[in-house]
Ligand binder design. Structure first.
Ligand SMILES: [Zn+2]
Length: 122
């Protein structure tokens, strides 16, 4: 890489820099693009996380009339639609539903006689 750079004239370096900057610019999403796809993004919050080298936004929780916001990388914005509190609650409900479903499935399958206990699984 160093040799490559050393062999370039100043003019060639300028051209290369401009080209690379333009390419980087293109790969970053504009806020308009994000908001069109994800209306739960809070307008005016698009920013750059220097540590993670990623773009992030604040999203507004979509559960009921919750007003919490959450920092979310733009790469995850399609799958994160709730604040941390509601995410935990939704996860709990899903787990409970899965537990009940499993119980029903095992009950339906179980031969007459010995009952299968599904509650142990956790
Ligand atoms: Zn919430």
């Amino acid at each position: 890489m160093d040799a490559l750079i050393a062999n370039l004239s100043e003019a060639e370096k300028d051209v290369l820099i401009a080209k690379l900057l333009k390419r980087q610019e293109k790969s970053r999403l504009s806020e308009k693009q994000i908001l069109e796809k994800h209306p739960h993004v809070v307008p005016g919050t698009l920013d750059w996380d220097e540590g993670a080298k990623k773009q992030f936004v604040l999203i507004k929780c979509t559960v009921g009339d919750c007003t919490e916001t959450r920092k979310t990388f733009t790469s995850d914005v399609w799958q994160i639609k709730a604040c941390d509190g509601h995410r935990a609650a939704l996860r709990k409900v899903r787990k409970e539903n899965e537990r009940l479903l499993l119980k029903e499935l095992l009950k339906a399958r179980e031969p007459k006689g010995e009952p299968v206990e599904a509650d142990e699984a956790e």
